[in-house]
Design a protein around this ligand. Structure first.
Ligand SMILES: Cc1cc2nc3c(=O)[nH]c(=O)nc-3n(C[C@H](O)[C@H](O)[C@H](O)COP(=O)(O)OP(=O)(O)OC[C@H]3O[C@@H](n4cnc5c(N)ncnc54)[C@H](O)[C@@H]3O)c2cc1C
Length: 169
């Protein structure tokens, strides 16, 4: 029997994409996440992000809070540097306390990996494929007109690779 759930195409498998896919799946949708890089930028590189109050709660609802807590990092001092002004050093903990009682600092790549894994199995990921923000009309029609299988949608999306655009323009 064909799957009647509404299909959703999500662009980007970093933080927002997998979270959106996870929740849309929970609420009866069939999401496919398309990521332009062929290999996810996961791991401890890049920069740290701070998760405050409601975001920490969201991690809890998704069941990934223990992993997020395990991967947490800790900035000790934030240094504010301005030309012709004295350098100001603020203990990071004090600053985050002023924002929320619940706070987790984590590397973006570690967070992305945890969220990617949380949605895997329920959500289809396609790596190395682009969805262009300003689609030419023929491509936009093809992307929005699909009503059948995920394969049909992905066939349409595959056309959005930049090197195929001139033929559509
Ligand atoms: C130094 C620094 C510190 C930051 N600190 C914080 C913080 O403390 N708290 C916080 O909440 N945020 C912070 N941010 C912002 C943080 O990076 C973002 O909140 C977070 O990464 C947003 O996730 P996202 O999934 O929306 O976007 P991104 O992480 O930017 O991911 C977008 C994804 O979409 C993919 N993509 C883009 N275009 C396309 C396309 N056309 N088709 C297919 N795939 C596509 C990209 O390859 C990427 O994987 C910080 C950012 C920087 C640079």
């Amino acid at each position: 029997m064909p799957d009647e759930r509404p299909r959703v195409l999500i662009s980007g498998a970093s933080v927002a994409g997998p979270v959106l896919a996870y929740w849309l799946h929970r609420f009866g949708f069939l999401p496919t996440v398309i990521e332009r890089v062929a290999e996810l930028r996961v791991g401890g590189g890049g920069h740290a992000v701070d998760l405050f109050g409601p975001v920490v709660e969201l991690m809890d609802w998704m069941g990934v809070l223990p992993e997020v807590e395990q991967a947490r990092t800790q900035t000790e001092v934030i240094t504010l540097v301005r030309p012709r002004a004295r350098t100001v050093e603020v203990p990071a903990e004090v600053l985050s306390e002023g924002v929320s009682e619940r706070h987790i600092e984590i590397m973006r790549g570690d967070l992305a990996k945890i969220l990617y894994e949380a949605a895997r199995g329920q959500v289809e990921y396609v790596l190395g494929m682009w969805v262009l923000p300003h689609l030419p009309a023929p491509l936009r029609r093809r992307l929005t007109a699909f009503g059948g299988s995920a394969a049909a949608m992905l066939d349409a999306a595959r056309l959005s690779k930049p090197n195929e655009l001139p033929a559509l323009g």
